[in-house]
Ligand binder design. Structure first.
Ligand SMILES: [Zn+2]
Length: 359
């Protein structure tokens, strides 16, 4: 993982640490996947502060204050950044030197900006402007509930995005500066916006799927993805789970995650890297179930991943996707969930898979 705080947040979220940080606020209570409470920064008769369940962030509907847990602790307890950091590190049992404060602030701005942009894109997907993108998803075979669960959006292009953010109160100069660091303006055309979160669930990058193009070239980064270079896609969703399926491709991972039969993470055509394995292991993965797909290239990627996982002393098995399906997405769409359920029971020991493949 890139920073100490990402590791600390990932650990504490799995312990429902919201209850410790925010539990003494008035009307603190669970609300679905999140918590709500009365905001401590002003008189509040109703609980207007939302503490997200899957990421270390808060937002107040009354005063619009938002931030992450480090920011909250600094404001509420009037303590410094290093003090707030070591408080959380101790609670997580993580021995890490404090992160750089400036880098932490930049990350905070980034996730705030991207959350704002993403909520704009999601609104557009379900409005008239998103009709083509939505039709594409339905045509691909996803149900309305699946599309909603994937939290995808419709990206209108850079200029509209910047104008929207300006209307949301992001200061012009500052916004331009942040966007020029984060946004990938060179490949700017509309498409489906896909959120990419770090291991602690913070929104650190966005991808775009051009619906008029086929295959891998259809995907392009909307933002710089450097902070996510070592992070398998959807890793934050499988945190704390010992056994995780690994698939190739963004939509394969999103679909499997919606199916909810087993935790999943997605990798690119480069396969599962050493850093990716380490990030997953730090989040609790002990057993990787490889389902990277069929064909020479993907089989090679599977073999490589087996070697890398074993070298780290972790368990690995392979899901034998019937050869007439290119990958798990095609298999699930081509059969049904019951078939997928029984395929899950057929996961093979890596040894056995290698032997069968060489026959
Ligand atoms: Zn407030």
């Amino acid at each position: 993982m890139r920073t100490g705080i990402e590791r600390i947040y990932a650990t504490l979220l799995d312990q429902d640490y919201q209850r410790v940080i925010f539990g003494d606020l008035g009307d603190f209570q669970r609300k679905g996947n999140a918590y709500i409470a009365r905001c401590p920064f002003h008189e509040d008769a109703l609980p207007t502060l939302v503490l997200y369940g899957d990421r270390p962030e808060y937002f107040c509907f009354a005063c619009s204050r938002r931030g992450d847990w480090l920011k909250f602790l600094q404001k509420r307890l009037e303590i410094s950044f290093p003090e707030a950091f070591s408080r959380l590190a101790r609670a997580a049992g993580v021995d890490a030197a404090a992160d750089d404060e400036t880098a932490w602030e930049a990350d905070l701005h980034r996730s705030d900006l991207l959350e704002n942009a993403m909520s704009f894109f999601i609104t557009r997907l379900w409005a008239e402007e998103g009709a083509c993108d939505l039709a594409y998803l339905y045509k691909r075979g996803y149900s309305m509930a699946e599309v909603e669960g994937m939290a995808l959006g419709s990206y209108p292009g850079y200029v509209q995005t910047r104008d929207y953010l300006l209307s949301q109160g992001f200061a012009g100069d500052h916004l331009e500066r942040t966007l020029s660091c984060v946004w990938n303006k060179e490949t700017d055309s509309p498409g489906l916006a896909i959120p990419f979160r770090d291991a602690s669930g913070r929104l650190m990058g966005l991808l775009c799927r051009d619906i008029a193009t086929l295959g891998a070239p259809a995907y392009r980064p909307l933002t710089d993805l450097k902070p996510l270079a070592d992070t398998p896609f959807l890793l934050y969703r499988s945190r704390g789970q010992a056994e995780v399926i690994v698939v190739e491709g963004i939509f394969d991972a999103l679909l499997l995650d919606q199916v909810r039969l087993k935790p999943v993470m997605g990798v690119g055509s480069g396969g599962l890297s050493d850093a990716g394995i380490e990030a997953a292991a730090a989040c609790g993965t002990r057993h990787f179930v490889l389902a990277l797909g069929n064909g020479v290239r993907r089989r090679h990627a599977t073999l490589e991943a087996i070697g890398r996982i074993r070298a780290k002393g972790l368990d690995v098995s392979v899901l034998p996707i019937p050869r007439r399906y290119s990958d798990l997405d095609a298999y699930i769409r081509g059969t049904c969930l019951d078939h997928f359920r029984s395929l899950l029971k057929k996961a093979m020991e890596a040894e056995q898979w290698i032997e069968k493949k060489s026959r």
